[in-house]
Design a protein around this ligand. Sequence first.
Ligand code: PEP
Ligand code: MG
Length: 875
Amino acid sequence: KKYVYLFREGKASMRDLLGGKGANLAEMTNIGLPVPPGFTITTEACNEYYTVGAQFPAGLWEQITPSLKDIEASTGKLFGDQKNPLLVSVRSGAKFSMPGMMDTILNLGLNDQTVQGLADSTQNERFAYDSYRRFIQMFGNVVLEIEHHLFERILDDAKSKQGVTYDSELSTASLKSVVEEYKKLIQKETGNPFPQEPMKQLEQAVLAVFRSWNNDRAIVYRKINSIPDDIGTAVNVQSMVFGNMGNDSGTGVAFTRSPSTGEKALYGEYLMNAQGEDVVAGIRTPQPIKSLEQENKAIYDQFVEISSRLEAHYRDMQDIEFTIEKGRLYFLQTRNGKRTAAAAIRVAVELCREGVISKEEAITRIEPGQLDQLLHRRMDTQAKLEVLAKGLPASPGAASGKIVFDADEAERLGKNGEKVILLRTETTPDDIHGILAAQGILTSRGGMTSHAAVVARHMGKPAVCGCEALKIDYAEHTVTIDGVVYTEGTVLSIDGATGRVIKGAVPMIDPELSEEFKQLLVWADEVRSLRVLANADNPKDAQKARDFGAQGIGLCRTEHMFMDPARIPIVQEMILSQNLEEREIALAKLLPMQEEDFYGILKAMAGLPVIIRLLDPPLHEFLPDVEDLVVEVTKLKLTGANPAELQEKEALLRKVRALDELNPMLGHRGCRLGVTFPEIYAMQARAIFQASARLVKEGFEIHPEVMIPLVIHVKELESLRKLTEDTAADVMQEQGVNFAYKVGTMIEVPRAALTADEIGKVADFFSFGTNDLTQTTLGFSRDDAEGKFLPAYLDQKILAQNPFAVLDRDGVGKLMKMAVQLGREANPDIELGICGEHGGEPSSIEFCHLLGLNYVSCSPFRVPLARLAAAQAKV
Ligand code: PEP
Ligand code: MG
């Protein structure tokens, strides 16, 4: 059986047999890279070792010796030779990377004689003895299993004896004595001398790697990462090369393109007459790779030539480790380089333009989640940060400002041009004006779909939510974090991309859409079949969405328009009316305001569909807080000063209490409002159609669509559809114009999905409201779950992901699938989409594509990401 493969005998596809590292070294060798020669002992040999009861497999050694000869021949060095010794590294390497499973053994082959050879060839006796003592320590620890601290103690003793602090300060004489002490330690601990015979060292090291496959760390690592136990590890034996053998030697790292901007140019650093460690340790300052050209043009040219060959072969930007030994260049490692989002885009687009990869491939090269980095102001990663606490990364971007504890104060300061962070336990629609005025939102409660999170993402405002370490005292206007009290006005920063809360102001970087970014999105548009719409409630957001490439509005939440401080009193008047007559009066005041809202949005989106949802949240969200009212009433009672006001407040309190519900999310909201107060929906429909009529007369092409929320029964939709159609007919008659419009519904409750065959008959479209559909399917409150018990569900792996962020395909997804099927059977022309937060999340977008939806709708700032993710789902 063939147990040993020289690097040149293997290839990339042999990962099962050679492990990941072995297959990669083989591939590099075979494409002509100057890789230090070596060989790989197969995973089969490892498995055989276990089969025969932890014994060196029969026939293995007979294959190792000729392979070693082969290395000797190509390096011109001899294993165990006193003058020019061959030294090797021995490393494990399973099919799947298992970092930290076993330490590497370097410099194997050193002994009391060969150390002299190393000293002579490097003309550096100190280096030779330092290498030797490191080798004995690694070998003693990894192979002979002697505890690390016993070696460290000897090293510490030597340092104090010589009166120095760092290892690097030890003299050659000290190192020599350390070597002697190490050898004594090994004799004492194992009862045998340190093996001087290189062949013996190699045999024991190979056995140690086999053994390491079943050490505790490796077993645990495999369990966590679902790696099978029976695939074994390969062993890589490779000749050592040294970058410190004089001024014609050196070592460095390089990228074939800039990892931060993607610019096509070699980037990297090197140091002559040094080892990799010296670069890392920062003892000497490395040179930029460009100056290698002056230092050694032949090597530099070779490096440039091979680098471009590498890119052509791997078809991606490479991250290369290299060493020069006595004027000879060696590549130790090459891999696809890590990069920023900006670099990822530029590299992918330029590789495509260079003809290296296709458009489709360029599209798949970018992680959609990374794009967030580019679409929001973000923290300067170079800045030093004092992180105070961590919450949920609810809305990307970063912000600094003075903390304030209520929305009115935020608005007041905001109007004066101050930068503020609105800090609340949670936010409600009442706080909209404060959110609008703030640079960022920070809450101590609530999850990824909490009010604060949803609204912030919509506005493209940074938010950190559910930061439970914050103890807010509204009465004192303070927040306590970790026992430290911060008063109102203290400057804090939040990083919505990571959930960090940071002390003081932090330097920010502005977003920019590069030419390459735009190009990539154009390619994505050519590929995708899902349309991408945006959730937007005002003309400004609608314009932003359009600029980012949205093909319409998928959700306009009309309640956000009710939140304007100028309108709240009228909205309250409407809610508190005692009878229809009174309510009609308030509605009549709201009508022209709503008409202006819809006029603005429809105009901004001329030519594209705009889906407007009728009022959805429970009415008490528009009213003052019960507790606040109780306090006011009590105060008025105690002072007895103003009986008229007291009476008024008490009446208000009664009404607010009457509207109060234990379970508002399951309460009087959605189309239930339309069922009980049809005049509210009629006013909204009229506003939509009057705005439409005006725009038609002005010559604009408009596509209004009316959406009824939270439907559970076809009869709700039938009657509300009729109300809408009657209103439309009235307006068209009054205005003397005609226009087309659609009426559809949201699917947000299991019953709606289960009866989609009925509902589909009267709906022009379904829009999956997966925020509520997740809440109602799982029975998890979307406002509380993430702050309370969801972390435990994730920790215990009951759920793999937060279902409010990533669509729960097995549960919620099954309902969607059923609704898609039933809906299309009932109405083959039905338009299907999603407008919950999942519509802007890559994996959920993929699922929507697989379901065959027509569109996804997400916040304006996520539109570019959704365009890309929709294309990736198709490729
Ligand atoms: C939803 O429930 O998914 C939805 C889009 O509506 P809202 O978030 O406004 O309840
Ligand atoms: Mg909803």
